[in-house]
Design a protein around this ligand. Structure first.
Ligand code: FBP
Ligand code: MG
Ligand code: MG
Length: 353
């Protein structure tokens, strides 16, 4: 992992506690104190969820279908519903006005006099719950703005992060001053900083996409991936590797460590015109984390953090990770019509290298 200002005076893994980090950032500023407490609330929930996930199939309420669906039309699994309840109860103890959750059609109002709100995906990577593969919790902290709270653009976020329940339970966090990672010490219960001021490598030789949807993708994405697949003999003149965990948090953690791009374009399947991911509690937190780590995030054309959501559960395509690669993909979108596949367009990729 590359570190900004790395030098003998700047430790890369100072093991500072999350509490000390947040105290240092917040000081006595009332909004920052509330943001810090909201983050600590998510982490309290994260500790509880990590303990459940760590027991795997020994736990009852995990990957079983509930026969319920969420606002996005996804079938809810037992752990989706259980983690929603855990995060809401943890945030109820903090100065949080409302929670906009993937697993509740309407926002959950807690205390309208509180200064900040939390947008959250309580359980990211639901298809991996029963597979013993990393899953996570994704969140953004927004200023309270009444009925308009969750329709603020992502640039309004004061903090964003995710907890990934993998071999280690890790918190990736930004409060607008770089992106940092903390590992959960399961013995003490503390989150300790292990990655200070993460910098995503600018260029990439690895991409993450669900390639089984290739025939449904829009034309710019098809052309981009075709050029990557052509490798050293193609217009990019270098070989690419591909990884797809199927849990956004795990794919982004890898990109923070070694670079690359995460891709979920709009596609031709019914309901997928804007891709699969939700703007407010998935794309926006990831975009702030990536930008604060020197990376970038767009919907292919527009900076994610500039998009004004029409409502809480709207979807958005996502292109996130290494800055130069995200910019290159934006050129594929700028140079191509948004619809229609043609071998001519596939060739035009040659001119974009
Ligand atoms: O199943 P697909 O189409 O490959 O999509 C996988 C993507 O969907 C997600 O699972 C969506 O998140 P949820 O699990 O919270 O619905 C991402 O974590 C992941 O990157
Ligand atoms: Mg998710
Ligand atoms: Mg989810």
């Amino acid at each position: 992992m590359m570190m900004r200002n790395a030098s003998p005076e700047t430790p890369v893994a100072d093991h500072k506690t999350l509490d000390a980090f947040l105290d240092g950032w917040a000081g006595t500023d009332p909004t920052r104190v509330a943001v810090s407490r909201a983050v600590l609330g998510v982490c309290e929930a994260g500790r509880a969820i990590a303990a459940i996930v760590g027991r795997g199939a020994l736990e009852d309420a995990m990957g079983a279908q509930t026969h319920l669906t969420n606002a996005g039309g996804d079938a809810q699994k037992a752990l989706d519903v259980r983690t929603h309840d855990i995060v809401v109860e943890a945030l109820r103890k903090q100065p949080v006005s409302r929670v906009g959750s993937e697993e509740a059609a309407e926002e959950v109002v807690l205390d309208e006099s509180a200064p900040v709100a939390v947008a959250i995906d309580p359980l990211d990577g639901s298809s991996n719950i029963e597979n013993n593969v990393s899953i996570g919790t994704l969140f953004g902290v927004l200023p309270e703005a009444g009925a308009d709270t969750f329709t603020q653009p992502g640039s309004a976020q004061i903090a964003a992060g995710f907890v990934v329940y993998g071999p280690a339970t890790a918190l990736v966090l930004t409060v607008g001053e770089g992106t940092h990672a903390f590992m959960l010490d399961h013995v003490s219960g503390a989150f300790l900083r292990t990655h200070q001021d993460i910098q995503i490598p600018k260029s990439a030789t690895e991409y993450a996409i669900n390639a089984s949807n290739q025939r449904h993708w829009d034309e710019p994405m098809r052309a981009y991936v075709a050029d990557c697949l052509a490798g050293a003999e193609g217009p990019r003149e270098k070989n690419f590797n591909m990884r797809w965990v199927g849990s956004l948090v795990a794919d982004i953690f890898r990109i923070l460590v070694r670079g690359g791009v995460y891709l979920y374009p709009g596609d031709g399947r019914e309901g997928y015109a804007q891709g699969r991911l939700r703007l407010v509690y998935e794309c926006n937190p990831i975009a702030m984390i990536c930008e604060q780590a020197g990376g970038a995030a767009t919907d292919g054309r527009t900076r994610i953090l500039d998009i004004k959501p029409a409502k809480l559960h709207v979807r958005s395509p996502l292109v996130a990770g290494s800055a130069e690669e995200v910019e290159r993909i934006a050129r594929y979108y700028a140079d191509r019509p948004s619809k229609g596949a043609s071998p001519l367009f596939a060739k035009r990729g040659l001119f974009l290298a």
